[in-house]
Design a protein around this ligand. Structure first.
Ligand SMILES: [Zn+2]
Length: 56
């Protein structure tokens, strides 16, 4: 019986995780996640009207 190899994937996308940027695959993914976290914490999310409104 072989122990299942845990796949380490980026927390932001499905790419392979890079130890230097863990738990992400790249600096970009880390920045994206951090930015999202900061936005949720410090700003009120803007609600954009759907495109369908033009059809009314
Ligand atoms: Zn990623």
């Amino acid at each position: 019986m072989t122990a299942p190899q845990q796949r380490r994937t980026c927390a932001n996308c499905d790419r392979e995780m890079v130890a230097e940027y863990r738990p992400f695959c790249s600096r970009r993914c880390a920045d994206v996640d951090l930015g999202r976290w900061l936005n949720e914490r410090y700003t009120i999310p803007a609600i954009e009207p759907p495109d369908e409104w033009d059809d009314a």
